[in-house]
Write a protein that binds this ligand. Structure first.
Ligand code: FMN
Length: 369
């Protein structure tokens, strides 16, 4: 065998998320298809297939002039695990064909490394790299995650748990209003920012940046209501830890802030603490700087967090880099790319939040006799 030693044999491990409600994904940007298998979804869930397709349409490329112009229909096929519109308890397989690949757009990076991409690390780690569209490192692999997340959201809604996710920042333009926005408010503009005036400014900023051949980052906020007390496990499976792990797994994510986040760490305990009070027989916190999670466990308040994305690495400008032999080269900005990923990343954040919570809803069922 060529790679006999454990130390020279590199596998691309860790393509799965979750303990009981467990998702494993496969596929590359310019391969035949991408997909996922969801194991552990309880039987008897009535699945709204149109909702799964709608979520994919919110993520798909080519949906507006401020996203990449790659055209993918992202038609979902469910190959197993459903019968007469309901889950059967067996693994649910999702498949999406790749249709609009233009691999020639990527030939120029076959032997060179694009700045701030995964080209260098993949090449060094595996010794082989599917350079077409970034291969496995492409955000294209998030499509089946969105499909599975749309199913998880339906599982959660049956338990009274609702997720709202929106764009709260583009570059330095920030919407600081808190809220649990409706889907109609979020979808009222192509940016997915529930404040139409701010959305206009943000769209204008992306248009200007795109015209200059450059890119910008931003942030997505997420609010979850209806989570019962007790979801999350102490130490290594904390609710905040698993949300952070899932969010940091999204391409281009650089930070997550839970509750008051970094801001809270600048305050005194007397300013930051969430005091408890009893109201009509129920115990609540007067404030919610903890973002609905204490000791890694949901406390019944609104869960809220913010996810920050870096500017898209591919800019339509020449950049200096090196080839795989270390020679200095110029990398040209080519291909079809997003000038800012946050509008398309909204359903991805939402899907991963749903998958993490669905997993904890099942784990929580084993906490007490
Ligand atoms: C929805 C979405 C779309 C993206 N589109 C692009 C793109 O068009 N061009 C690009 O260079 N990066 C894009 N990215 C980011 C890259 O996939 C990512 O930066 C790259 O794989 C390196 O990984 P890292 O930034 O997490 O380190 C996108 C990310 C997301 C979430």
């Amino acid at each position: 065998m060529e790679c006999a030693s454990l130390y020279t044999f590199e596998v691309m491990a860790s393509n799965s998320l979750g303990n009981i409600f467990k998702l494993s994904t496969f596929g590359e940007s310019h391969g035949e298809a991408i997909g996922a298998v969801l194991d552990g979804c309880p039987a008897g869930l009535v699945v709204d297939m149109q909702r799964i397709q709608d979520e994919l349409d919110r993520r798909k490329p080519g949906q507006s002039h401020i996203s990449t112009q790659r055209k993918e229909s992202d038609q979902i096929q469910i190959l197993s695990g459903l019968f007469e519109g309901k889950t059967t308890g067996s693994p649910i397989a999702f498949l999406i064909q790749n249709v609009d690949q233009r691999s020639k757009d990527y030939r120029h990076i076959k032997d060179t490394f694009r700045p701030s991409h995964a080209d260098f690390t993949f090449q060094e780690k595996y010794g082989i790299r599917d350079y077409r569209g970034g291969g496995r490192s492409s955000a294209r692999v998030t499509a089946p995650i969105v499909a599975a997340g749309a199913l998880a959201a339906q599982f959660l809604e049956n338990q009274g748990v609702y997720i709202s996710t929106w764009v709260s920042r583009v570059h330095d333009l920030s919407l600081d209003k808190k809220g649990h926005w409706s889907r109609d408010q979020i979808e009222s503009n192509i940016l997915r920012c529930p404040d139409s005036q701010m959305a206009e400014q943000m769209i204008k900023r992306i248009e200007e940046i795109k015209k200059a051949g450059d890119t910008v980052g931003g942030a997505i906020s997420c609010s979850i209501i209806g989570t019962p007390i007790g979801w999350g496990e102490p130490v290594f499976e904390k609710l905040n830890a698993n949300l952070a792990k899932a969010m940091m797994g999204i391409n281009a994510v650089k930070a997550i802030e839970i509750g008051s986040g970094l801001q809270g760490t600048f305050r005194k305990g007397s300013e930051e603490n969430d005091l408890l009070e009893s109201k009509e027989g129920e115990i609540h916190t007067k404030t919610n700087n903890s973002g609905g999670i204490q000791g890694g466990i949901s406390n019944g308040e609104e869960i809220f967090f913010k996810v920050a994305f870096k500017p898209v690495a591919t800019i339509m400008q020449d950049q200096g880099s090196v080839d795989k032999d270390g020679n200095a080269v110029t990398v040209q900005g080519k291909g079809r790319h997003d000038p800012c990923v946050v509008p398309r990343a909204v359903p991805i954040v939402e899907a991963l939040a749903a998958l993490v919570l669905a997993d904890f809803s099942l784990m929580a069922r084993s906490s007490r006799c």
